[in-house]
Design a protein around this ligand. Structure first.
Ligand SMILES: Cc1cc2nc3c(=O)[nH]c(=O)nc-3n(C[C@H](O)[C@H](O)[C@H](O)COP(=O)(O)OP(=O)(O)OC[C@H]3O[C@@H](n4cnc5c(N)ncnc54)[C@H](O)[C@@H]3O)c2cc1C
Length: 383
């Protein structure tokens, strides 16, 4: 990859840096997370405002076409933006599934009406999106999904259930995969719908996780009516459209998680510096130093793997295996990072939020527990 930036790209970097310097909210990390990849429920409103602010400044939807509210720039600018956000330890976006997945899929497959209706509100965070793929009996084997949509005039009537639906409890729209033909091989009878989460018959039941937060949900559909204009990419073409979303998911993971991993590592180094072990800072322990150094190397490798993925895109090629290997690098690196945080805290690692003696109010315990999900969400490591 050629890392030389054009004068315009240098200028773009300067504009991002200056804007972040002037607009970064103070003390955000304690309310959101200092060392994780997932916003905590108490931070939703804060992050909604933050995304709106970034959008108004032109820093959301960098690569999206101008006609749908984006900047029409290249993935190089997107990478620059993410690098600067990592350096500034900037908060993440709330509408991450909309910006990373729903929006690009609508831009790729949407009708003119759909492209006018949805993308701009995704970028500004006026409408939050969730992803309705997984079901109790369809996860890794996604094509086994059983939620049914049956045609009734101009509408489709949906019955069934989704599970593990992140952010469904605050979402306005869902990327829904439902079975529309039972008489064909399972991949061929699926349709991709844009579902209004406020429609009658949609019930959202939060599921509490090991962290104590309820970040994902069960979603039930009881005769939910969807107008045919809300089909994306054609009837029974949902497998191809759904895979496009997953391709963008891996790409978004590559971009976003590289930033989060770097922020988490910087926080971990700070933790090692201020935690004493046997009278000296943990950061001076040779074994811990070595583990930190290895994590730093891995974070850099992750960054350059992302750059390789971008090179492909800039050459007009489709995302290749780099995006998937990036996901695995994140999982392995982030889980190891969280384990090291527990090792650095030592006996204090047993103290969780609310305990007077807990380090950073149990923040690292929370992110350690949350990191178990990394090797499941977005497709398991085995798959
Ligand atoms: C925090 C979190 C957030 C999530 N958010 C969403 C969301 O927003 N929307 C959504 O639709 N889904 C979401 N998911 C669901 C996620 O995509 C699925 O959990 C995942 O795809 C695995 O499916 P499953 O849970 O049904 O496990 P299963 O597919 O039943 O797998 C169980 C185990 O068997 C292994 N396995 C399965 N098949 C094979 C095989 N062929 N070869 C080898 N090993 C195999 C798996 O690796 C795994 O270890 C989320 C999950 C988590 C944990």
């Amino acid at each position: 990859m050629d890392f030389t930036l054009t004068p315009e790209q240098e200028e773009f970097r300067e504009s991002v840096r200056a804007w972040l310097k002037a607009n970064m909210p103070r003390e955000w990390d304690r309310r959101v997370m200092a060392a994780s990849d997932v916003p905590r429920p108490e931070a939703y409103e804060f992050l909604r405002t933050w995304q709106r602010k970034m959008y108004d400044a032109g820093f959301v939807g960098i690569t999206w076409p101008k006609e749908v509210g984006g900047r029409g720039l290249t993935f190089m600018e997107e990478m620059i933006l993410h690098q600067e956000m990592a350096l500034a330890k900037a908060p993440p976006l709330l509408n991450i599934l909309g910006v990373g997945m729903a929006g690009p899929t609508i831009v790729a497959y949407g009708t003119e009406e759909q492209k006018q209706r949805y993308p701009a509100k995704i970028l500004s965070c006026e409408e939050v999106w969730c992803q309705g793929y997984s079901e109790p009996n369809a996860g890794s084997d996604l094509a086994a999904l059983q939620t049914r949509a049956v045609k009734d005039g101009e509408h489709w009537v949906v019955n069934g259930q989704k599970v593990w639906t992140s952010l469904a409890h605050i979402a306005d729209w869902m990327m829904l995969l439902a079975r529309t033909d039972v008489g064909v091989p399972k991949h061929k009878g699926i349709t991709y719908f844009l579902l209004d989460m406020h429609a009658p018959g949609v019930t959202v039941k939060p599921l509490r996780q090991i962290t104590g937060d309820a970040e994902f949900n069960e979603v039930f559909f009881d005769n939910v009516r969807i107008h045919e204009s809300q089909i994306l990419g054609g009837v029974n073409n949902g497998w191809a459209v759904g895979l496009t979303t997953l391709m963008y998911e891996r790409l978004a993971l590559g971009f976003g998680l590289q930033v989060r991993l770097r922020i988490a590592l910087d926080s971990l180094v700070a933790l090692a510096r201020r935690t004493t072990k046997n009278g000296t800072p943990a950061s001076q322990d040779p074994v811990i130093r070595q583990k930190l150094a290895q994590l730093w190397i891995d974070t850099e490798v992750f960054k350059y793997t992302g750059a390789r993925a971008i090179t492909r895109l800039l050459k007009g090629e489709l995302p290749g295996p780099e995006a998937s290997t990036g996901k695995m690098m994140w999982v392995e690196g982030h889980q190891r990072l969280q384990e090291l945080a527990m090792e650095i805290e030592g006996p204090y690692a047993q103290l969780t939020r609310g305990s007077a003696w807990a380090i950073a109010d149990g923040l690292w315990q929370h992110t350690f527990l949350r990191s178990r999900a990394n090797s499941i969400e977005g497709g398991t490591t085995e798959i």
